[in-house]
Design a protein around this ligand. Structure first.
Ligand SMILES: [Zn+2]
Ligand SMILES: [Zn+2]
Length: 117
């Protein structure tokens, strides 16, 4: 069965993030509603589990503990790195892999449409 969404756990996709642990996986939350968890959909949208707000992942801004007060817009390179870290997790099974590859393709095609890559 194909997966439509997963819990959104990933390294920081913020452009120019200065984390000394760029592969560290973080549990993301939606700060405007103080939500606790988010999903990543197969359309590469982030969906807040608490308020339902959703946005395309490339349109998001992210603050990890290394820039806690500075929301950095998602960077294409950082985002594809973040997903490659998830793909390299040995616990990823075939359906997870298909999901993550699909998300990567979606991000790439939208980035091409926008002239980012
Ligand atoms: Zn960061
Ligand atoms: Zn929310």
């Amino acid at each position: 069965m194909s997966i439509s969404r997963i819990d959104f756990l990933s390294p920081c996709p913020g452009r120019g993030c200065n984390s000394p642990e760029p592969d560290r996986v973080i549990t993301w939350s939606h700060s405007p509603c103080s939500g606790s968890r988010e999903w990543l959909s197969n359309q590469a949208n982030i969906i807040c589990k608490d308020c339902g707000y959703q946005f395309f992942i490339l349109d998001g801004s992210f603050a990890c503990k290394y820039h806690a007060n500075e929301y950095k817009a998602a960077g294409f390179t950082e985002l594809t790195h973040a997903i490659s870290v998830l793909i390299s997790n040995p616990e990823v099974d075939e359906s997870d892999l298909a999901f993550l590859m699909g998300v990567t393709q979606r991000i790439k095609s939208r980035a091409k449409e926008r002239g980012i890559i």
